[in-house]
Design a protein around this ligand. Structure first.
Ligand code: ADP
Ligand code: MG
Length: 285
């Protein structure tokens, strides 16, 4: 049985009365065990469609037409919804852009944790409540007890996303998928939340697929990167290779749009150079 996520030749279309739009034109990539893979590319290039296709959470009228997404030996594309529901949450944790869309506004946070456990056939007891409290604390929630007893609307965006991260990790999934997890947050809390998410992912040997428009995030946190352009992966590889010696013209222009002119005009990086992460610090496209 293979480990990790192996996506092969994924083709996704949106069908409507006006016609068919092919959004993904044969996407192939892998996320290995204990690996953090970033997905970058301009708005509309298909980043969200890729991650939503993998977990079969496409917005209607999206449809996967071809390809496979093998996860620890099972093809998610062909799995019945009942089995997928078990994998989502338990094996794959999902963190979306807007934390409030992931939280139920009328159910106390502690009850939402309990519901997640019960939905996967686990006991919602003092032990699992303790685990939720621990996860909230390590996600940077200051007063986990108070947050557990409260409702989503009492939380700031940053705190709400920390709660969602704790929920995504609650059942100890092997893979975390995050689609622009900090875009909706204030700039000052974005980095803290990303630090938390990637630290908790790495610490426990999980892997992660993270969509971001922030190349600094990729430079600082990711092992490998997929560069998307118009529904295709135009380049992929270790961040230290793709960001230092980009091969595709689109990757070059993407990097040039954030790298300081002085550094950009310095010519190709010398052989053996390491990734100049400071060039990407707090910059985005
Ligand atoms: N529900 C939908 N119906 C029709 N087209 C869609 C839908 N969702 C996304 N698309 C189209 O798919 C393309 C890729 O979108 P998306 O995956 O959201 O890009 P990204 O996340 O990179 O910004 C866009 O051209 C968008 O218009
Ligand atoms: Mg998107």
């Amino acid at each position: 049985m293979t480990t990790g996520l192996h996506v092969r030749d994924l083709v996704t279309e949106f069908h409507s009365r006006e016609g068919t739009t092919r959004v993904l034109h044969g996407i192939s990539f892998e996320v290995g065990a204990n690996e953090i893979v970033g997905v970058v590319g301009e708005s509309g290039s298909g980043k969200s469609t890729v991650v939503r296709s993998v977990v079969k959470l496409l917005m209607p009228p999206g449809r996967i037409m071809e390809g496979s997404a093998e996860f620890h030996g099972q093809d998610l594309v062909r799995l019945p919804e009942r089995e997928l529901r078990h994998i989502r949450g338990k094996e794959i944790g999902f963190v979306a852009q807007n934390p409030f869309s992931a939280l139920n506004p009328v159910v106390r946070i502690e009850k939402q944790f309990a519901n997640i456990a019960k939905a996967h056939g686990l006991k919602a007891d003092a032990e699992s409540r303790g685990l939720a409290l621990d996860l909230l604390a390590s996600s940077g929630v200051n007063d986990p007890e108070r947050v557990m007893r409260g409702y989503a609307h009492e939380l700031s965006g940053g705190m709400a996303q920390r709660v969602v991260i704790a929920m995504a990790l609650y059942l100890n999934p092997r893979l975390v998928i995050a689609d622009e997890p900090t875009t909706a947050l204030d700039l000052t809390v974005q980095r803290q939340v990303l630090d938390t998410l990637t630290r908790l992912t790495k610490e426990s040997g999980r892997s992660m697929l993270i969509v971001t428009h922030d190349l600094g995030v990729v430079a600082n946190y990711c092992d490998r990167v997929l560069v998307m352009y118009r529904g295709r992966i135009v380049e992929q590889g270790p961040v230290s290779e793709v960001f230092v010696r980009p091969k595709d013209p689109y990757t070059v222009s993407l990097l040039n749009s954030v790298v300081q002119p002085k550094a950009a005009s310095a010519g190709p990086a010398p052989a053996g150079s390491t990734l100049p992460t400071e060039l990407f610090e707090s910059r985005s496209v």
